[in-house]
Design a protein around this ligand. Structure first.
Ligand code: GDP
Ligand code: MG
Length: 657
């Protein structure tokens, strides 16, 4: 084909001339308008350009995509309503795109790849999530395990520590006990040394410095050197260890106890006790005795343990303290003279005293006490000058068996009379041997045989009649037979083998007691065993005190009195009753305790004594046990709060007899 014009070429290609011109321009081919000529080369160039433009490879490969467009024009005649036909031109444009199969496949592959990639990513994410969740669970599990482990360890640690603490405490306790034991031993030793009269040779008397610090001065070593050594060897540990818990004391409580004593037993200050009592509504002073119930309340309030002593524990202890296996020594007999009135008892006693006791005494006799002792060549005899059957029986009723021998005085001119018989009965009941003194033998009409006969009817039979009673004819007026009487008494005493301990705390009997102006309570006491000394703390019945002074029957001061010796004693709080037992106790505190205990006892058993009714002794105990008939009086509140008033009430509310 040779060169053609643009119009011709457009006709061939079935495209418009303008489009061809535009395409040619795009391809960079210069033509001179529609009438211009297109060379063969230009045609190829245009083809190449168009191919390029339609995606065909330059190397001439098939195009990947072809788009076909069709345009068809037609004319339709449409009949108009007015009978006129109109021609309408219709253009139909079609476009169809063809794509090569491999392109589609490629696209599908790409899409597939895309999907695959997405799926992979999702998978990876899911896996990561799962992984993370798993890790979380594991972590939590590990934490839990760790926690459990630590708890277990802490529990173990605690128990181990508790065990250690227990062991430590036990060790400390043991050490403390050991130290206490050693301290006691040391004290014992030092006490012994002191008693030996040597006194402590070494040892620091410092308070609260633990042992092992004694700067014992050895030979060849200077004092400072030895001290240095001591200090270097023993660490200067303070001896006192603070208690780890409050100390609980066991406090023994008798019937009564003073505030000060209570405080001392609880190891607290008295002020503390007073304060506690104040809080409980009881006002007390430091020396005030308080009753058992109050004391127990106070003790419990202060966190200690009260131990109530048995009712008769004090007495039991007292009796136990009396028992001793000291050497028994002979003692003088104690004689009581009994007989019918006017038979000469007083005269006989007077005679003996006048002739025997006052022998050698210048200025006559001044009888001070109701008992005396006489010294005969053969021994000492103690006469009780408190004759009378009532006194004798009263004493016996109190359990005080004082008399060893009864001298029965029978007037030779009168014979056996009712009171003579009575005296015999008393002596029999007491199991005391009778020595018969047939008096007034100097008198006209004295009939010794008659007396013997009458007495034999009372089963008092003379020795020469085959009996066992010594009969001595005497005269209190002339003194006949008195020596014989004394001898007979001693003889009888020998038969009785009277013995008593001498070196021991005294036990005695109160024969009589009174309050004397300027001297206080004065008691005549017959010592039964042991030795009573000035300064002894004593209990006599319900009274207590310290022996201030002792005097014999002539008023002479003495320092001590042995068995069967009567003395007058000063120093008791109040006069005791005749027949009361007198005991020497360890200290005045003990004496007070016993006395108050006895006072308390008698208060419960009978109407309280005047003394016991004093305000300070008023206590709930009475209320419980010995409340008077009119129960409205002395209520506890009144009792506690207004003791003084209470005392008055006690007096006023005495039950009518
Ligand atoms: P009591 O009641 O037993 O104490 O007897 P008393 O001692 O008071 O004596 C009563 C009376 O008897 C007094 O008047 C004495 O003088 C008298 N009396 C006592 N003893 C004797 C004595 O031995 N001979 C004589 N003749 N009279 C005596
Ligand atoms: Mg008389």
């Amino acid at each position: 084909m040779s060169e053609v014009t643009v119009e011709q070429f457009a006709e061939v290609l079935k495209v418009s001339v303008d489009k061809l011109l535009a395409q040619l321009e795009e391809a960079g081919i210069r033509v001179d308008g529609p009438k211009g000529r297109i060379s063969e080369d230009a045609k190829h160039e245009l083809l190449t350009h168009l191919r390029k433009a339609h995606g065909k490879a330059e190397d001439g490969g098939a195009p990947r995509k072809i788009t076909l467009r069709r345009k068809a024009q037609s004319e339709i005649r449409v009949a108009a309503p007015m009978g006129k036909a109109r021609t309408v031109s219709v253009e139909v444009r079609r476009q169809r795109t063809y794509i090569k199969r491999d392109v589609l496949e490629e696209q599908a592959r790409v899409a597939q790849e895309e999907v695959d990639r997405q799926r992979e990513t999702e998978d990876a994410e899911r896996l990561a999530l799962e992984e993370r969740a798993k890790r979380d669970v594991e972590q939590r599990e590990a934490q839990r395990r760790e926690r459990e482990e630590s708890e277990r360890r802490s529990v173990e640690e605690n128990s181990r520590r508790a065990a250690e603490e227990q062991i430590r405490r036990e060790t400390e306790q043991k050490a403390r006990e050991q130290a206490e034991k050693e301290r006691r031993q040391r004290e014992e030793k030092s006490r012994k040394t002191t008693e030996d009269g040597k006194g402590p040779r070494f040892g620091r008397q410092e308070l609260h410095i633990s042992g092992g610090l004694s700067a014992r001065h050895k030979k060849g070593r200077t004092r400072s050197e030895s001290r240095r050594r001591a200090v270097s060897t023993a660490d200067r540990k303070h001896g006192f260890e603070l208690p780890t818990q409050p100390m609980q004391h066991e406090v023994n409580i008798g019937e009564t106890i003073t505030v000060a004593e209570l405080a001392q037993r609880m190891a607290v200050k008295a002020n503390e006790v007073i304060k506690t009592m104040l809080n409980m509504g009881v006002i007390a002073t430091i020396n005030q005795p308080i009753d058992q119930d109050t004391a127990v309340l106070v003790i419990e309030e202060m966190g200690h343990v009260a131990k109530i002593l048995k009712a008769d524990q004090i007495e039991e202890e007292l009796q136990a303290g009396m028992k001793s296996s000291e050497e028994l020594l002979p003692r003088p007999p104690v004689v009581t003279i009994m007989g019918h009135v006017d038979h000469g008892k007083t005269s006989l006693l007077d005679y003996i005293r006048r002739t025997k006791v006052a022998a050698g005494e210048a200025g006559g006799i001044t009888q001070h006490i109701g008992a005396y002792h006489v010294e005969t060549p053969r021994g000492v005899i103690t006469f009780l000058d408190t004759p009378g059957h009532a006194a004798f029986t009263a004493m016996r009723a109190r359990g005080a068996q004082v008399t060893d021998i009864v001298v029965l005085v029978v007037a030779a001119d009168d014979g056996v009379m009712p009171q003579t018989k009575e005296a015999i009965q008393h002596a029999r009941a007491a199991g005391v041997p009778i020595v018969v003194a047939v008096n007034k033998i100097d008198k006209h009409g004295a009939d010794l045989e008659k007396v013997r006969g009458e007495l034999s009817q009372e089963a008092v039979i003379a020795e020469d009649w085959g009996g066992e009673n010594i009969f001595v004819p005497v005269s209190a007026k002339t003194g006949d037979g008195i020596d014989k009487l004394l001898e007979s008494i001693l003889l009888q005493a020998e038969v009785l083998e009277l013995k008593a301990v001498r070196d021991a705390p005294a036990v005695g009997v109160v024969l009589e007691a009174s309050v004397e102006r300027g001297r206080g309570a004065v008691a005549t006491v017959l010592v039964k065993r042991g030795t009573l000394k000035v300064g002894d703390s004593v209990v006599a019945g319900e009274q207590f005190g310290r022996v201030r002074a002792l005097a014999d029957e002539l008023g002479r001061e003495t320092q001590e009195a042995g068995p069967s010796i009567p003395v007058q004693m000063l120093g008791l709080s109040s006069p005791p009753n005749a027949g009361d037992e007198l005991l020497v106790v360890d200290n005045e505190r003990k004496a007070r305790e016993v006395a108050l205990y006895r006072q308390g006892n008698s208060a419960t058993s009978a109407w309280p004594s005047r003394r016991a009714r004093s305000p300070r002794m008023c206590s709930r105990r009475w209320e419980k046990k010995a409340r008077p008939a009119r129960s409205t009086c002395c209520l506890r509140r009144t009792c506690r709060a207004r003791r003084r008033r209470c005392a008055r009430r006690w007096t006023s509310c005495r039950p009518a007899k």
